[in-house]
Design a protein around this ligand. Structure first.
Ligand code: ADP
Ligand code: MG
Length: 435
């Protein structure tokens, strides 16, 4: 196996089998043209190319770094394309820090009520590293722009010539293990402690991992002590991350803790327009509005849809219209939700409302239980292909009329009660982003 194949095998462990088979498996590594700082892969068509480029270039680059110890620039091209031929990759361009996505900039970030606080915080940090809020801690749900914001600051610093390290906890941990195994811990420590700016994504994954918390604590202390900027993100407030050493939790709150909320409709529309502009996709306003209303809040889902629309329309030489959009969206949502089972949904609802999952399906009539049961029924209907009779059976109800009655009730509530609607949207988002 060559190093390119090995890297793809590593990636395989982190993604679903479906994604691997449909996309990653189709890549071929160009062992001849690749060099120690440039990895070249070929994709068989534009669809696979765009999809992998958008989602996995950074990841693949990082896995290369883990495997080879070198920073590697990853290029993915169409098979038989000429764009890479004759180009001498070495020493022509300035070495790129391939781990930061260059399109994650402040200019590309759309600001609205939901994210303006976090935006302002990151922006001011980017204007005076290590001086205002250190560390800066950003938290919020999946796909709301935490990584984008954090990397926007990273890109500013990098352009100033500062040494920026961007890593997820997972990657930090892998790197740590590799250095322990190779007995090269001093170089690990030097790498992380000598940078000017450290960006660590998704620190909730530190939870219950004592060894790495210890190492991370010392890295943190060294950097903070030297006045180097640290930015952290997580899916929740430091206080709510369980299994975290007290000293780490308190340090996470030392600087500023800023939250990001799900975007309002106008912000979603602005984001879609921006993404269209960046990706040179032309969409009419009714399509944009349609996407913005169908996708609840996860912006990453919006991006996936745009790149799919774009790829399909190019591949099949057709214009993107509303009917076409609806089809693509249906596919995408189904793909995201394919793994959802009735148990996963009821378990998430139970967890969120502090109820035992078995109780939701019991005959209990207490107010809390009825509330949780109704929400579960509604979400199971929305998010899985189960029929009403199937749901009636699962929830132990007489027949499908009880189910349809419940769904009607929830729909009414959502129409009349803004807080309730938001609650349902949050739950939907939580459940669908887990899968
Ligand atoms: P998170 O790290 O919070 O899960 P990301 O930062 O990865 O989310 O964002 C997911 C995608 O959505 C990214 O491609 C990002 O560019 C985009 N995105 C999120 N919020 C915004 C925004 N306000 N403006 C523009 N793009 C956004
Ligand atoms: Mg992220």
């Amino acid at each position: 196996m060559n190093i390119g194949q090995e890297v793809l095998e590593l990636l395989r462990e982190e993604i679903t089998e479906l994604q691997y088979n449909r996309y990653i498996k189709q890549l071929t590594y160009d062992i001849k043209k690749s060099t120690s700082d440039m990895a070249i892969f070929y994709a068989p068509n534009a669809l696979v190319l765009n999809w992998i480029k958008n989602k996995y270039t950074e990841k693949i680059a990082h896995l290369f770094e883990i495997k080879s110890g070198n920073k590697v620039n990853v290029k993915i091209a169409l098979k038989n394309s000429t764009s890479l031929k004759g180009k001498k990759p070495k020493n022509e361009q300035k070495p790129q820090h391939s781990l930061l996505n260059p399109s994650h900039t402040f200019d590309n970030f759309m600001v609205g009520g939901s994210n303006q606080f976090a935006y302002a915080a990151v922006k001011s940090v980017s204007e005076s590293a290590g001086e205002v809020y250190n560390p800066l801690f950003i938290y919020g749900g999946v796909g709301l722009g935490k990584t984008h914001l954090m990397q926007s600051a990273g890109n500013v610093f990098q352009n100033q010539g500062k040494i920026v390290i961007y890593t997820s906890v997972e990657q930090f941990l892998n790197d740590f293990i590799r250095h322990v195994r190779n007995k090269t811990m001093p170089s690990f420590q030097e790498k992380y402690r000598k940078c000017d700016v450290l960006l660590i994504d998704d620190v909730q994954f530190l939870s219950n991992k004592e060894g790495i918390q210890e190492e991370f604590f010392h890295t943190f202390e060294a950097l903070k002590g030297a006045g180097k900027q640290i930015i952290l993100t997580a899916d929740k407030h430091p206080k709510k991350i369980g299994g975290l050493e007290k000293r780490l939790q308190s340090r996470f709150e030392w600087g500023l803790v800023a939250d990001i909320q799900p975007p309002e409709l106008e912000t979603k529309i602005a984001i879609i327009k921006k993404k269209c502009e960046i990706n040179k996709v032309k969409l009419t306003n009714d399509i944009i509005n349609y996407i913005a209303t169908v996708i609840e809040s996860n912006v990453r889902e919006i991006e996936g849809i745009l790149s799919k629309l774009h790829a399909y329309s190019q591949l099949m030489h057709i214009d993107i219209d509303l009917a076409f959009t609806k089809n693509v969206l249906r596919d995408q949502l189904q793909e995201n939700r394919a793994n959802l089972t009735l148990d996963t949904i009821t378990n998430s609802v139970a967890k969120d409302l502090n109820i035992k999952p078995t109780e939701i399906r019991s005959k209990g009539r207490s107010k809390n239980l009825v509330y949780a049961r109704r929400i579960s029924i509604y979400l199971c209907r929305e998010l899985t292909p189960n029929t009403m009779p199937q749901l009636a059976q699962y929830f132990g109800m007489k027949d499908h009329t009880a189910i349809s009655h419940t769904i009607k009730k929830i729909n009414e509530l959502m129409k009349n009660d803004e807080d309730f609607r938001v609650k349902i949207e949050e739950l939907t988002n939580k459940i669908t982003s887990v899968s």
